[in-house]
Design a protein around this ligand. Structure first.
Ligand code: SF4
Length: 287
């Protein structure tokens, strides 16, 4: 008989839990008022659909200007200062669900920028990612964003001091490599701040331990989640029988035998109910 186990440490981090809770609370208390979330509340289409049924609408930045006054929520990724100004100037109400870890990082970058206008603020992160846009905004968009080490000689001045930060969801090993390369490249002082979320750092080790225990791993996450992409790499490095799915329709019965053990896990934005549905769908194949 197939044996399926859900990873008890997979799923929402507290930043996402808090954002979802704030959205649910608002929609319960204000039945007739729609909540407008700026960008998808998380990179998980199934969970977004569930919240949309409760009264949430996902909007983009352009819509802020054209909408009648409404309630707008900033999600856990955070936003640059100009978004706050725009919401206020258009007389919208704001629910700020920026994760406290991201908020603290925004403040640190802002302080570094104001205190050291002569230094290069470098952010290791994904260009265009919502969190990174919020971080760049703290420096009036003067920060240098690097996504990989090949960009260092192209965009960084070796004769100017550097203050290095990281997007909260980047892989630790990649950050340490960037840090090392910058030290070799720059002729000036480098102040490096490892600002990767502890939840993300610990997650890799815990997930790797989990994946060792099963014949097959099914990892469920939104395809756009950078945290999901990163954590799936951890799964596949530990267990080559790992499969990435975004919905239970993608489960392939050929991956399993009736006697195999299966581990079900996910990203920090994967809801528990989705992992439970996945586990049940796998069990149903052999029922
Ligand atoms: S991964 Fe960390 S920084 Fe990002 S939302 Fe979750 S708790 Fe906050």
């Amino acid at each position: 008989m197939i044996d399926v186990t859900i990873d008890s440490r997979s799923g929402f981090c507290f930043g996402v839990v808090t954002a979802v809770k704030k959205a649910e609370e608002f929609m319960t208390e204000n039945h007739k008022t729609r909540l407008h979330c700026l960008g998808h509340i998380m990179h998980n289409a199934e969970e977004v659909k569930r919240l949309e049924k409760l009264g949430m609408t996902t909007i983009n930045h352009t819509q802020i200007e054209s909408m009648d006054p409404a309630t707008i929520m900033i999600r856990a990724h955070g936003e640059p200062p100009e978004t706050y100004d725009l919401i206020k100037n258009q007389n919208h109400k704001l629910i700020d669900a920026t994760c406290p870890v991201v908020l603290k990082l925004q403040q640190r970058i802002r302080q570094a920028y104001l205190k050291h206008p002569d230094k290069q603020i470098v952010i290791f992160g994904k260009k265009g990612h919502a969190e990174v846009i919020g971080l760049e905004g703290q420096t009036d968009n003067t920060a240098i964003v690097i996504s990989n080490n090949s960009e260092i000689p192209e965009i960084i001045d070796p004769n100017k001091e550097i203050i290095l930060f990281s997007q909260t969801t980047m892989p630790l090993h990649a950050f340490l490599e960037i840090e090392k390369l910058l030290h070799g490249f720059s002729n000036k002082e480098i102040k490096s701040h490892n600002t990767i979320c502890k939840r993300v750092i610990n997650r890799e080790k815990e997930l790797s331990e989990f994946c060792k225990n099963f014949d097959v791993i099914v990892f469920i996450s939104g395809k756009n989640s950078s945290n999901g992409q990163l954590l799936f790499q951890v799964c596949i490095q530990t267990n080559k029988n790992s499969h990435f799915i975004s919905s239970i329709n993608e489960i392939n019965s050929d991956w399993f035998t009736d006697k195999c053990t299966v581990g079900v896990c996910g990203a920090t934005s994967t809801p528990l109910w989705l992992m439970e549905q996945t586990a049940q769908a796998i069990k149903n194949i052999f029922d």
